[in-house]
Design a protein. Structure first.
Length: 265
């Protein structure tokens, strides 16, 4: 297993921050953070207005930095806070990892090391090379929607993704300065992909294990309905494209439209 010292030694000229967006994760937060701090020297937790025991558990730790949103603002808002913190504190690379136990912190150093001067985003993919050691499988509707949205992004933006939604990523912090992210909800990564294509960021994927521990995990509210969730994702993609420069919009619209893929849902 990577240790924090080993991770730093492999990146002698790179300061990297590992950030976790957290909302009501009392069941997982300490176990996940115990592993994360063994694999990363600098760790930030963005507590997005948790109302369970999460704030109390975080307050008892002295090995992570914590930023708290007093009210729940959304997954995207928590990630944007992490992006801003990484830039403010002059980190070279930001690694994001979810706090639900579905990512392997042992891979943090590998993702950070892959984010070099000529790579802007290293995106974990649970489907790039399926590993038999993975635990569980995604609910059928989540896998289907992931496939549909990933195909739409590839077609419309000229990307080559296999997993549009994996939260385990590494970013070159300087490249993040090009982005103007405003989506506060679960679909913020889709806005990010549009802007990454708009600014010609270099994106590579790295295989990560497929681990699903809680198939009943809720998105919250209406988003638990698969059709409404898919419609929301399309809206975010379209809004993000509409904000881009005209020549980029024209290029995107010359490719396939979301409606073509939406038919198969």
């Amino acid at each position: 297993m990577y240790s924090a010292h080993a991770a730093d030694a492999s990146l002698p000229h790179t300061r990297f921050l590992t950030a976790l967006p957290v909302y009501n994760e009392a069941a997982h937060v300490n176990e996940v953070l115990d592993q994360v701090v063994r694999n990363a020297a600098d760790v930030l937790v963005v507590d997005d207005g948790s109302s369970d025991a999460t704030p109390h558990l975080l307050a008892e730790r002295g090995d992570v930095q914590v930023i708290r949103h007093e009210v729940n603002r959304g997954y995207g808002a928590a990630l944007i806070t992490a992006f801003e913190f990484a830039a403010l504190h002059h980190y070279d690379v930001l690694v994001t990892i979810d706090c639900d136990g579905q990512h392997e912190p042992q891979l943090i150093g590998q993702l950070a090391a892959a984010c070099t001067d000529d790579v802007d985003i290293v995106s974990g993919s649970r489907y790039l090379a399926l590993d038999a050691s993975g635990q569980g499988a995604p609910p059928a509707d989540r896998r289907r929607i992931n496939q549909q949205v990933t195909e739409e992004l590839n077609c419309r933006l000229g990307l080559h993704l296999t997993d549009a939604f994996c939260g385990f990523k590494a970013y070159r912090v300087q490249a993040l300065a090009n982005l103007e992210l405003t989506e506060s909800g679960y679909a913020m990564p889709l806005e990010l992909w549009v802007q990454a294509a708009h600014h010609n960021l270099k994106v590579v994927e790295q295989a990560v294990p497929l681990v699903y521990l809680d198939e009943e995990r809720s998105f919250g509210g209406a988003l638990d309905d698969a059709a409404k969730r898919l419609a929301y994702y399309h809206q975010v993609i379209d809004r993000a494209i509409d904000k881009c420069r005209p020549e980029f919009r024209q290029q995107v619209h010359s490719r396939c439209r979301g409606e073509q893929i939406q038919e198969c849902c």
